[in-house]
Design a protein around this ligand. Structure first.
Ligand SMILES: [Zn+2]
Ligand SMILES: [Zn+2]
Length: 162
């Protein structure tokens, strides 16, 4: 149990920089046509195409927890916990897609998340996104200009189905 927990905490910490890279190079790259649905409808209360991308890490996590050794199970638990933490801060706090208590939204960590994430959506609903790409560490990414050389996706996507 100690192994699982230690590995889970480590995975949780590694997940933020990893997800930042996935967001920048995959979501704003080959997966842009799925991720675009979030930029077009950032406050949608229903499921948009971008939300379905979570099924990949979540099924991988479930498989690791069910079939894996203690170390792999820890990676699965940490990964799933990060997905939960991401959805809470990004979809709940930053975009108000679901209700989050005001006391939580006012916590410094979540106020900073919401403020810096606004920079990612600075071009609005027709935009292609801008740095920073992280959520919990986005303020550092912004301050250190880590994503300064971002090239926006240029691919044309088929019109979204209703
Ligand atoms: Zn967003
Ligand atoms: Zn984005």
């Amino acid at each position: 149990m100690v192994t699982e927990l230690a590995v889970a905490v480590g995975t949780l910490l590694v997940s933020e920089p990893l997800m930042t890279l996935v967001h920048r190079f995959a979501f704003h790259g080959p997966l842009w046509c799925s991720h675009k649905s979030h930029h077009e409808q950032p406050t949608a209360r229903r499921i948009v195409r971008n939300d379905l991308l979570w099924l990949w890490p979540l099924s991988a996590s479930a498989a690791l927890v069910i079939f894996g050794s203690p170390v792999l199970a820890g990676i699965g638990i940490g990964g799933a916990a990060y997905v939960g933490a991401y959805i809470f801060a990004h979809d709940g706090v930053a975009h108000a897609r679901f209700w989050v208590p005001r006391a939580v939204r006012r916590m410094t960590v979540f106020r900073v998340v919401a403020q810096t994430h606004r920079l990612h959506h600075r071009d609005g609903r027709q935009g292609v996104g801008a740095p920073p790409f992280g959520v919990y560490a986005a303020h550092l990414e912004h301050r250190w200009r880590l994503s300064a050389r971002y090239t926006p996706p240029t691919r044309l996507c088929p019109p979204a189905r209703a």
